[in-house]
Design a protein around this ligand. Structure first.
Ligand code: FMN
Length: 189
């Protein structure tokens, strides 16, 4: 099983990173391995809305997204992790999702449907400092429609409120356990 963990937090070793490490442990426990990618370390040009991908499904930018498109194509599970920044995902996560417009064009304009589509499952992990009732709503919608462009279902989520300082999540034993369980679960057929 090909599993991608995409971390959209620019803070290495931060709360999202630590949760994704737990997910990776669960995946390992289930007998699989995941590739953990830090989006902040990738060179990804923001989408400029030029419309070229609407014609041929190809983005004009030849940057690290080229390899990521291939990884997305090969993956059967993707976990996107992003902390909440101003009620949305981080800029790094959003730039990545916006560049999935090329995949959206392939799917909706050019009719390229993957045969094994229903087995491609996506998950979202997020943390936020506050505990507002709608704190994750914007980010969830962005990630859901990002997954749709990638031809992944939005299959599950782990959302943790009230974590702010780097490493705060380590005080949340239950959330860490949930992340590990999520890792095991996503490997199930
Ligand atoms: C630029 C910026 C914007 C943020 N906006 C919000 C916000 O709107 N709501 C919130 O609850 N927390 C917000 N936070 C707090 C982060 O979500 C929180 O610190 C989180 O634990 C960081 O996760 P990380 O360690 O994985 O980077 C913001 C933090 C930064 C740096």
């Amino acid at each position: 099983m090909n599993i991608l963990l995409l971390n959209g937090s620019p803070r290495q070793g931060g709360n999202t990173d630590l949760l994704l490490e737990q997910v990776a442990q669960g995946i390992h426990q289930a007998g699989f391995r995941a590739e953990h990618i830090h989006l902040a370390q990738q060179t990804i040009h923001p989408c400029i809305g030029c419309g070229q991908c609407e014609k041929n499904g190809q983005c004009i930018f030849e940057d690290d997204m080229v390899a990521l498109y291939e990884k997305i194509d090969r993956a059967s599970r993707i976990v996107i992790g992003s902390p909440i920044y101003f009620y949305g995902v981080t800029a790094q996560t959003k730039i990545f999702i916006d560049r999935c417009q090329a995949l959206w064009s392939r799917k909706y304009l050019l009719g390229a449907i993957k045969p094994e589509r229903e087995r491609r499952r996506g998950y979202f992990i997020s943390v936020a400092a506050t505990d507002g009732g709608k704190i994750f709503e914007g980010a969830k919608l962005t990630v859901r429609y990002g997954f749709d462009a990638m031809e992944f279902s939005y299959n599950g989520e782990l959302l943790v409120k009230g974590v702010d300082a780097k490493g705060d999540i380590l005080k949340r034993a239950y959330s860490l356990k949930q992340a590990q369980q999520l890792g095991v679960e996503i490997c199930q057929k």
